[in-house]
Design a protein around this ligand. Structure first.
Ligand SMILES: O=C(O)CCC(=O)C(=O)O
Length: 258
């Protein structure tokens, strides 16, 4: 009990001060394998249309609208430990913004720019965006691991093009590791210098008064919506007229993709 409390306080401290927390070994090897099998199946089925529900990115394969694409993804958005960490960043009132796959191509020749997700800065109510990056391959120094700038979520501005603070660091880890981050913190994928894909799942949340990046009620098929749990429906904002109105005005912002 005591240990749990201490661990919770550490998670909170890291998220508040550094802007991120790492959960190693969050998924087992067989869970990682199951995600990757389904993801490769989807890349093969969707072909050139892969990711078309959102945006494409040079140097990376992407899939979007993942809640719709297999029961294992319906569970992913509801992971209690991740939701607890997201609540520390966003407060109690949040929803899923999008669930995407990003796979940095072998020898892709460039890094993502440092960015904040959805181009969002904290506002008078505080933080509005929180992302989790689920490693589906080992993230190494050479294969396009996530870079981030600890504490930059408190700087109140976005990075200038090409800006590279000295405090930037690389987050490496084994497949199955999950990084929860305040997505106002400057971050981005790095260049993949290896011969293999580097896959990750991005489970992205936003405060309830902001539009979803992908309007889940539009994209997730009715039969999938119908079998969602109470928590799942709430996270997808399926019964939330305010979300309908917000998304009608404009969903779909990325931090750097056009
Ligand atoms: O996949 C990664 O390592 C980070 C990707 C990212 O920051 C993004 O696509 O917004």
């Amino acid at each position: 009990m005591m240990t749990e409390l201490v661990e919770q306080e550490l998670v909170e401290q890291e998220l508040v001060e550094q802007g991120y927390v790492v959960f190693p070994g969050f998924l087992t090897e067989s869970q990682v394998a199951a995600f990757n099998t389904r993801i490769e199946e989807l890349f093969a089925i969707e072909g050139e249309n892969a990711g078309s529900e959102f945006k494409s990115e040079p140097g990376a394969r992407r899939l979007a609208n993942m809640v719709d694409k297999g029961e294992l993804f319906e569970q992913v958005i509801q992971a209690p430990e991740v939701l607890e960490a997201v609540g520390i960043v966003l407060g109690p009132d949040f929803k899923l913004s999008s669930l995407n796959i990003r796979s940095a191509n072998p020898h892709n020749g460039s890094a993502q720019p440092l960015h904040v997700d959805s181009g969002a800065l904290p506002d008078e109510r505080g933080n509005s965006v929180c992302n989790s990056v689920w490693m589906l391959d080992d993230f190494t120094e050479h294969n396009g691991a996530l870079r981030l700038v600890p504490g930059s979520h408190r700087w109140g501005r976005k990075p200038e093009p090409g800006e590279k603070p000295e405090s930037e660091l690389l987050v490496t880890g084994k497949a199955g590791t999950v990084v929860v981050m305040n997505a106002h913190m400057w971050h981005g994928g790095t260049e993949n210098f290896t011969d293999r894909q580097r896959r990750a799942m991005h489970v992205y949340y936003t405060r309830s008064d902001k539009p979803q990046q992908q309007y889940q009620k539009k994209w997730v098929r009715p039969e999938v919506q119908a079998r969602m749990s109470h928590l799942g429906r709430r996270l997808l904002a399926l019964d939330d007229p305010r979300n309908d109105a917000l998304c009608a005005l404009g969903a779909g912002m990325s931090g750097f993709m056009k």
